[in-house]
Design a protein around this ligand. Structure first.
Ligand SMILES: [Zn+2]
Length: 282
């Protein structure tokens, strides 16, 4: 499942490829599962618009849309009330992909949306398992929570210091930080030397400061790693599968800790596996 660094990588790759393109027409398949706005509304919002910007918000890919005449205004002659800029939001779920294709390229099985672009290329959404989500917004999309790469240290401390939940659960709580998933939560806690089950409120300011640094460090390292492999995700001939930061604890139950050789432990917290070193993490 793509986490924040993978989504950031994909959004950057798409930004390079489709920013400035216009959406000439949209085809949407008959499967309803991925559609969080109606097919008609998605098509009506996208068609005739220019893709002004592509960026990431949490684990969502956000396409900011403007009028194709280039002035970016959303106030068409038939709109009586002012509304915010239109946005197309894509959540990749478990297996979703957005690929930029030549129109002659074979349409992959499980293609749910095809946007024909002004350049002649196509932007296709493919998702075998259909946990992905497509929606459009005209009042400003709010993914909730704070961006882990933008949050200030003081804000980070304020988010977590009074939480009674285990710190791992708090890190996964998307209402606090958005986009930190299971893998990067485990890796951040390892680097900060904090056990996943520790209650957030029991952590000192120094612990929380270390965690603040390690969350950002882990995410930035993974994003830097993704930069070289972006073509694998957004170009139609790319390979599937995501790059991985070398995990120090995640998925390494029973294997020796890379720092102290103690076998890595796994516990289940709120239904999710958590991995930690019982010696390096307190
Ligand atoms: Zn260790």
């Amino acid at each position: 499942m793509p986490e924040l660094p993978e989504v950031e990588t994909i959004a950057r790759g798409l930004a390079l490829r489709v920013t400035g393109e216009t959406v000439d027409s949209v085809w949407i398949g008959s499967r309803k599962q991925p559609l969080k706005s109606s097919a008609g509304r998605i098509a009506a919002t996208l068609e005739g618009k220019q893709i002004v910007r592509v960026h990431r918000a949490g684990k969502h890919i956000v396409f900011d849309l403007g009028q194709a005449d280039g002035n970016g205004s959303q106030q068409g002659p038939r709109r009586r009330t002012r509304s915010g800029p239109a946005q197309w939001i894509v959540h990749l779920g478990m297996t979703g992909r957005l690929v930029v294709s030549d129109p002659a390229a074979v349409i992959a099985k499980h293609t749910h949306l095809i946007a024909k672009l002004g350049s002649g290329r196509e932007l296709r959404f493919v998702d075998p398992r259909m946990f992905g989500k497509l929606s459009v917004h005209t009042n400003g999309f709010n993914p909730g929570g704070m961006e882990p790469l933008e949050v200030e240290e003081a804000q980070f401390l304020a988010l977590f210091h009074s939480r009674k939940a285990p710190i791992k659960s708090a890190l996964l709580n998307q209402k606090l930080l958005r986009g930190v998933g299971n893998i990067y939560a485990d890796e951040s806690l390892f680097r900060a030397g904090i056990r996943p089950r520790r209650r957030a409120t029991s952590l000192t300011r120094e612990h929380l400061r270390r965690l603040y640094v390690s969350v950002r460090e882990v995410l930035k390292e993974a994003i830097a790693l993704g930069g070289s492999s972006v073509s694998d995700y957004v170009d139609a001939d790319g390979q599937e599968g995501f790059f991985q930061l070398q995990h120090r604890v995640y998925g390494r139950e029973g294997e020796p800790c890379l720092t102290c050789r103690t076998p890595v432990k796994r516990v289940v917290l709120a239904g999710r596996s958590s991995h930690y070193c019982p010696k390096c993490q307190k």
